[in-house]
Write a protein that binds this ligand. Sequence first.
Ligand SMILES: [Mg+2]
Length: 302
Amino acid sequence: MLDKVRGGLFGVAVGDALGATFEFMAREEIVSRHGSKREMVGGGWLGLQPGEVTDDTDMTLCVARGIIASPQDPVEEIGRQFLAWYQTDPKDVGATIRTALGAYTKTGDWEQARALTWQRHGGRVAGNGCLMRTLPISFAYFQAPDLLSKFSREVAFLTHPDPLAAEACLFYNVLAKELLLGEDPWSAFKRARSLVQHEQLAGRLDSFQSLALEELQPTGYVVDTLEAVLWCFFNGENIIDAIESAVNLGGDADTVAAICGGLAGTYWGCSSLPERWWSRLLRKEELDQLAVGLVQASHQVR
Ligand SMILES: [Mg+2]
């Protein structure tokens, strides 16, 4: 169990750190100029150190810390963790999240912040920033399906006021929960898929297997992201292959690879991650501590 939880968190961080090097680049450019094998080299448009992570991992850790502080009722504490992180002036903050946390800072009210976010983005708020951070919910509430569902939606809704965003997070967390419990990936997929009602999301989930690599769209839209993630995970022969193919899509590479790494790490476990990747992560002690904390929290919510 702990190896899978560690694998999920390390998978997010490894995908984030590897992907950030290639964020906003095109797939053809990455593979033709840099080959298809990935190492922890840092760089990218943010000028990162090797093993340095970005908002995807930072916010995942915020969710984990919020849950560990208050397992029965984590949403407010997670919101506080997001704000504390936002106030550190991070190198990168996604557009929707910047608006939402900026609006909360001004108004002190999540409801008003949501309305302002919706308005400012013309209702286009189904970004992948809610999905990249949601994995710890699977780990703490794997034995409490009602809480898993409730908190998946509520934590998404803090910054992404769109039922589609919430449903994408619920799908992902149920999939990860089933993988944590040792289900095979396709059975896990079917269980998660059975909960999806949003027509567009359901349609894309039912058709991703038939897509060619060239048809994947690694954009910031949560449905495009999820489709690319599932394609890389289900077509990956092992954890390295799954994460590298997500990174190599380019575009929103850190986020797509972080979300794919979360699934791959949960399924294959931390022990399957190559040492040359995980050992370079700058915050591996913190990831380790939070993995242990999440397993402990899961016992408190049975
Ligand atoms: Mg990022």
